[in-house]
Design a protein around this ligand. Structure first.
Ligand SMILES: [Zn+2]
Length: 124
């Protein structure tokens, strides 16, 4: 793998990391005790919305919260993989499949810079 390619991947990954963190910050709080862990804010409950007439609103809020949790989970995993890939660049291990130790094809890394496994292992 060329140094230029590595540098380029590193820049892409840093940019991805920034973007993911900003996305998470928009609806969740960073957990200071755990690395790469975030907590979703519960949507602000309007006190007056609690009551039979407004049950629907309350349900919408719960639904919204569930959506946030699942989005948070997806973004968190992605962020962890991105951070992990950056670590591997530092250690000089980037681009190797973590399962079979074979080189991950550059084409795959271009599409998915945070890839941890080669396509064969991903399928398993
Ligand atoms: Zn593999």
């Amino acid at each position: 793998m060329s140094k230029d390619f590595l540098k380029q991947q590193e820049e892409i990954l840093i940019e991805m990391q920034d973007k993911l963190e900003r996305q998470l910050e928009s609806f969740a709080k960073k957990d200071e005790n755990l690395d790469h862990n975030w907590k979703s804010d519960f949507p602000k409950l309007d006190k007056s919305a609690i009551g039979d007439a407004n049950m629907e609103t309350a349900q919408d809020e719960v639904e919204e919260y569930m959506n946030r949790l699942s989005l948070e989970h997806t973004l968190e995993i992605k962020l962890r993989n991105v951070a992990h890939a950056l670590e591997r660049i530092k250690k000089g291990e980037y681009g190797k499949c973590e399962k079979c130790n074979k080189k991950i094809p550059l084409d795959r890394l271009k599409v998915c810079p945070e890839a941890r496994w080669c396509l064969d292992c991903e399928k398993k």
